[in-house]
Write a protein of this length. Sequence first.
Length: 183
Amino acid sequence: MSEELKAAIVQDDATGRVLMLGWMDEEALALTRSSGLVHFFSRSRQRLWQKGETSGNVLHVVEVVLDCDADAVLVRATADGPTCHDGSTSCFTPWLWRTVLQRERAQSEDSYVVALLRDGPGRIARKVGEEAVELVVAALSEEDERVVSEAADLWFHTLVLLRSRGLDPAAVEDELRRRAISR
Ligand SMILES: [Zn+2]
């Protein structure tokens, strides 16, 4: 069976973002086409599965395209909820965001991310304000190393603020892309 598997790339139809990579056998490909929901063949469990069958985060098929020699599949889809099991919009998530999610999930007592999230958006928003001012000061009067350090603080706290509001940085990217297109 496994020699017949095709790599299947799922791309968000609206944004073009690559959401995940899975594997499809003929049955998964046929079911994906006929049901309108993305199905894969799990190599680890050696069985067919429907994306979102337990989480409810299904992928609705917009278009299925085979590549030139028919051994890879591009699925354009719309996603119900986050595609990645870690809660991200995409499996191909920037390192810093993945780290924030991992810290939150681990819930360790000495984690700064966990402490911030417990305090909620009010405290985190204040931190973002402080870090923004510190970045401005550094940019105007301090050496490059300080500017980099303060920019890192601002980016980090901004991501935690998004998380505390239940938002994903992918939404920010989408907004920036939308503006770039409209200008
Ligand atoms: Zn994933």
